[in-house]
Design a protein around this ligand. Structure first.
Ligand SMILES: C[S@@+](CC[C@H](N)C(=O)[O-])C[C@H]1O[C@@H](n2cnc3c(N)ncnc32)[C@H](O)[C@@H]1O
Length: 253
């Protein structure tokens, strides 16, 4: 009798364990409230980091709007070759594009020229102060097709689906990378692309703080959980790589 009860208890425990694993894979916790997103952990907090890790990478603090002048430094053209970035993206006139984490609009203005007056660039930010600077910069340059969007840390809040989301020197400091990229994928048109520009962590000569650089392998690893297919890595930039993915088509039902 006792043995039977023990056996019954073991079966019940095994069932509970299997259910817990299943729910965790589905992203639902035991109360059905908090989403458990694969890949996050907590650990040692460095000076520039959050102590929050994603796929073993510590997430960096985001850059304050107080440092905005650094984004418009004249030597940036030589250090980052934004012209090569834009050329590599092969945009078409009329394209809808988002510059996610646009800062002062250094790339928004270049994207705006590439998509022409029929195209639109959504400059997305989580800092309203950056959007104020964006507005001033675009009007100084006579650019009318850049629209500022105040997003949240896990959703860009775009008003319409886009052909491309460009993320320059931002992804490593997103506090919710999994949720944000999943949301970006929902905002992409079918066949739409997402392009990451990050300082090369493979290269110790690149004079940027450790948490503000990423390896190509790490970017690709983190995208394996997203509905994205790898397209290419452009390695012609002086200090960064440009890693491009395409939204995977929905499975045929
Ligand atoms: C280093 S700056 C880069 C700005 C711009 N992309 C450039 O290359 O000039 C990073 C910017 O990303 C923004 N940012 C960080 N996390 C963000 C998120 N989850 N969504 C939108 N913007 C974000 C920050 O507010 C900051 O302005």
């Amino acid at each position: 009798m006792n043995r039977d009860r023990q056996k019954f208890r073991s079966i019940r425990l095994a069932k509970v364990a299997i259910a817990a694993v299943g729910l965790a894979i589905l992203g639902i916790d035991a109360r059905g409230e908090t989403a458990i997103v694969e890949g996050y952990s907590t650990g040692t907090k460095s000076r520039d980091g959050l102590g929050r890790y994603y796929f073993g990478r510590e997430i960096a603090h985001f850059m304050s709007h107080e440092a905005a002048p650094w984004l418009d430094r004249p030597e940036r053209e030589r250090e980052e070759r934004p012209d090569l970035v834009i050329e590599s993206l092969r945009l078409k006139p009329g394209d809808r594009v988002a510059d996610l984490g646009c800062g002062t609009g250094y790339f928004s203005s270049r994207l705006a020229k590439a998509v022409g007056p029929r195209g639109v660039v959504y400059g997305v930010e989580i800092q309203a102060e950056m959007l104020k600077i964006l507005k001033v910069r675009m009007s100084e340059q006579g650019i009318a097709n850049v629209v500022g969007v105040l997003g949240s840390v896990d959703d860009p809040g775009l008003p319409e689906p886009v052909d491309l989301v460009l993320i320059v020197d931002v992804y490593h400091e997103m506090s919710h990378p999994a949720e944000m990229i999943a949301a970006v994928c929902r905002h992409l048109k079918p066949g739409g692309r997402i392009a990451f520009v990050e300082y090369r962590a493979e290269d110790p000569e690149v004079p940027i703080k450790r948490l503000h650089k990423m390896t190509e392998a790490q970017i690709r690893r983190e995208m394996t959980v997203q509905p994205l297919d790898f397209v290419e890595t452009v390695s012609t930039l002086p200090r960064q790589h440009l890693v491009v993915f395409r939204k995977r088509p929905d499975p045929v039902r």
